[in-house]
Design a binder for this molecule. Structure first.
Ligand code: ATP
Length: 465
């Protein structure tokens, strides 16, 4: 499958991205500051867009600059791109001489010329990619995560492992990444000198595709296959990404065959990972599959108490209970809320109490009241139009199915934070352009057709409860 790659690369199609690129650059210049921008980011040129993997090439004049930008700015570039072009899933940073015959698009000139100022060099990153905060000590266990927590501890012990791989799955912000990092730290302690590789599946893909473009995949393969403990986070990301999956499968096979440890996380179980090769899924399900459920009230309380203590904040029990009751979606939001309250208290010199907390978190509390999912939208739309959910995600084009499908896509865009490609995937693996078309179509129809507008309003009312 790897040699299909050339077909995925459409050099011409970077042109429509030129406008987005101009916006990305403007945003980066604002966010990173003029000096950093001028020194590191201004020389970047837009290369090809890889439609299959949603990767956009960022091309630098020299290998040194490419390496530097890759290690210091790749995440920021990705976020900036996603903010203006949802079909972009990540960036590939390349040196110009690694890109043969690529049509490069220069962004528009900067709005104003700026004086050249001596450049501060960004701090190099630490050697380990493990977050020091994410350890077993700081991970609170409860009913929701007991199995995953103890399996993770076992995976980090020295001696033979009882299962391999360990597959941890659960919803967003429930502590999967935290557990992976904790395994890494504990493994480092139990086996000093061991080679530990932690990588998000997104980074796996970006590094692999970059290595392919640079015709140098050996280094990439060697790095992963020499790991004593390999951890790949958020593996759902490789769904539908052909050549990346092929490489991932080889990596998994080699790591397992050489008796090295493999830990994987995903937002759903292996059986539910649509768009991932069955050979990969069967290997991932071979060891222990443990889920992390949403933290229940008691666990949320315990986590909050610990986080407040770690931050050195005095948070009254009344506030802890209030937050645990009100912010039930995920631990990340809970932690974010607590941090925000603590930060405001420090900045304003006020003590944390209930009134202060409600004041500071006003918008967040409202937003967390109700979260609509695409599944729910599909069910409601099917009930409303009396069609089957299978039809909604099928290829059928009959008006009686196609219109409700467009309405469901429109609602998914309006009521959930999901990106266009994600919505497309949820509707039978459709392209993001189909979703855009549906959204525009329904917007137009709502303005001209009172019946459709009435249907949409009724659905929004039921979904938002
Ligand atoms: N049981 C827990 N104990 C302590 N902290 C937790 C726990 N669960 C989650 N957290 C904290 O919540 C935040 C989000 O967790 P994490 O990033 O691990 O979530 P995730 O499941 O990997 O989410 P995603 O799927 O979106 O990547 C982190 O700061 C983490 O420390």
């Amino acid at each position: 499958m790897a040699n299909n790659k050339a077909q995925d690369v459409t050099y011409e199609n970077a042109a429509p991205f030129a406008q987005a690129w101009t916006e990305v650059r403007a945003g980066l210049r604002r966010d990173c500051g003029v000096r950093t921008f001028d020194h590191w980011l201004k020389p970047i040129r837009l290369g090809a867009f890889h439609a299959e993997d949603g990767l956009v090439e960022m091309v630098l004049p020299s290998p040194f600059m490419a390496r530097w930008v890759e290690s210091h700015f790749a995440e920021r570039l990705t976020l900036a791109w996603r903010a203006v072009a949802p079909m972009v899933s990540g960036v590939m940073v390349l040196a110009e001489d690694a890109v043969e015959g690529v049509a490069l698009y220069a962004a528009e000139p900067e709005p104003e010329a700026l004086a050249v100022v001596p450049q501060p060099i960004p701090e190099p990153r630490t050697a380990s990619s493990l977050d020091q905060r994410f350890t077993f000590d700081s991970f609170i266990t409860g009913d929701a995560n007991a199995l995953a927590g103890s399996a993770a501890r076992k995976m980090a012990e020295s001696g033979p492992v009882m299962f391999n791989p360990l597959f941890i799955h659960g919803g967003t912000g429930q502590g999967k990444t935290h557990l992976l990092h904790a395994i890494g730290h504990a493994f480092e302690a139990s086996q000093p000198g061991a080679n530990i590789v932690y990588m998000s599946a997104e980074k796996f893909m970006v590094e692999f595709v970059s290595a392919m473009r640079a015709k140098d995949t050996l280094g990439f393969k060697a790095k992963l296959r020499s790991a004593d403990l390999l951890m790949i986070d958020d593996v759902q990301f490789i769904a539908g990404k052909g050549s990346t999956q092929e490489e991932f499968l080889h990596t998994v096979n080699e790591v397992m065959a050489s008796g090295k440890r493999l830990v994987i996380s995903a937002d759903r179980s292996p059986q539910a990972l649509e768009g991932v090769d069955a050979r990969i899924l069967s290997r991932l399900a071979m060891g222990l599959v443990a889920d992390v459920k949403p933290a229940d009230h008691d666990l949320r309380l315990a986590i909050l108490r610990r986080k407040a203590e770690a931050a050195g904040s005095v948070v009254p029990e009344e506030v802890v209970c209030f937050l645990a009751r009100k912010i039930a979606n995920n631990v990340r939001e809970l932690e974010g809320a607590m941090n925000r309250v603590a930060a405001y208290a420090t900045l304003t010199g006020r003590a944390i109490d209930l009134a202060f907390t409600q004041d500071v978190l006003g918008d967040l509390l409202q937003a967390s009241q109700r979260k609509v999912t695409i599944d729910e939208i599909q069910k409601r739309v099917c009930d409303h139009f009396d069609i089957r959910q299978n039809d909604l995600v099928s290829a059928r084009r009959a008006r009686a199915i196609a219109r409700p499908r467009q309405i469901a896509m429109y609602l998914a865009k309006r009521l959930t934070p999901r990106s266009l490609p994600e919505i497309g995937r949820k509707f039978g693996g459709r392209d993001h352009t189909t979703v855009i078309h549906a959204v525009r179509q329904i917007e137009k129809l709502r303005a001209s057709d009172t019946e459709i507008d009435g249907d949409v309003r009724a659905l929004i009312r039921t979904l938002e409860g």
